[in-house]
Design a protein around this ligand. Structure first.
Ligand SMILES: Nc1ncnc2c1ncn2[C@@H]1O[C@H](COP(=O)(O)OP(=O)(O)OP(=O)(O)O)[C@@H](O)[C@H]1O
Ligand SMILES: [Mg+2]
Length: 170
């Protein structure tokens, strides 16, 4: 990159799936049309669970599920606000090129785009992006919980000066 990238980041420990959904819902309050969110973390980390909350927070139609047979699903807004484009890039081997070939019936700059497995695949889509990395917490669960460590990292001018920690506080 020839230009300076600015960063802002914050971290959360998330004990349960319900709280992961809540975190997604809270992030939705910070998002607007044109935003790109890249979700990474191992199989079963909670990327789709997080996106479910994001869809609820944005107020979009349709259940957010793991798209097994489709690479991308468009969730139109129920009222005002941008649609959610939920992409599973796991099988998107060709990255950006294939993404542009998806032939979605919405424009990406008018949507909130969330890409599971997007890291190292679709960065070129936007200079501005929010990386959300989810990992199983290494420590043993106490009360049967299966906690996750979630790191948010905003890249580019869009996220400069955005107080992620405050925005995600519930
Ligand atoms: N603290 C937690 N946060 C999120 N999910 C959790 C947590 N504890 C348990 N889970 C469970 O882990 C699973 C996460 O599945 P999910 O489909 O969201 O993962 P994923 O990262 O999207 O997987 P994939 O890589 O296959 O797309 C769910 O069954 C969820 O209930
Ligand atoms: Mg998933």
């Amino acid at each position: 990159m020839g230009h300076q990238l600015t960063e802002t980041s914050t971290h959360r420990t998330v004990p349960t799936p319900e709280e992961m959904t809540d975190l997604g819902r809270r992030l939705a309050g910070l998002l607007r049309a044109g935003d790109l969110v890249l979700l990474s973390g191992e199989l079963g980390a909670g990327k789709t669970t997080f996106t479910r909350g994001l869809g609820a927070g944005l107020g979009v139609r349709g259940a957010v599920t793991s798209p097994t047979f489709v690479i991308a699903r468009v969730h139109p807004p129920l009222a005002d606000g941008p649609p959610l484009v939920h992409v599973d890039a796991y099988r998107l081997g060709g990255g950006l090129d294939e993404m542009e070939d998806l032939d979605l019936d919405v424009a990406l700059p008018e949507s909130v785009v969330v890409v599971e497995w997007g890291e190292d695949r679709v960065e070129e889509l936007a200079d501005d992006r929010l990386h959300v990395v989810i990992h199983r917490a290494p420590t043993a669960a106490d009360a049967g919980d299966d906690p996750r460590e979630v790191t948010f990292r905003g890249v580019g001018p869009r996220w400069q000066g955005v107080d992620l920690a405050a925005g995600l506080a519930g």
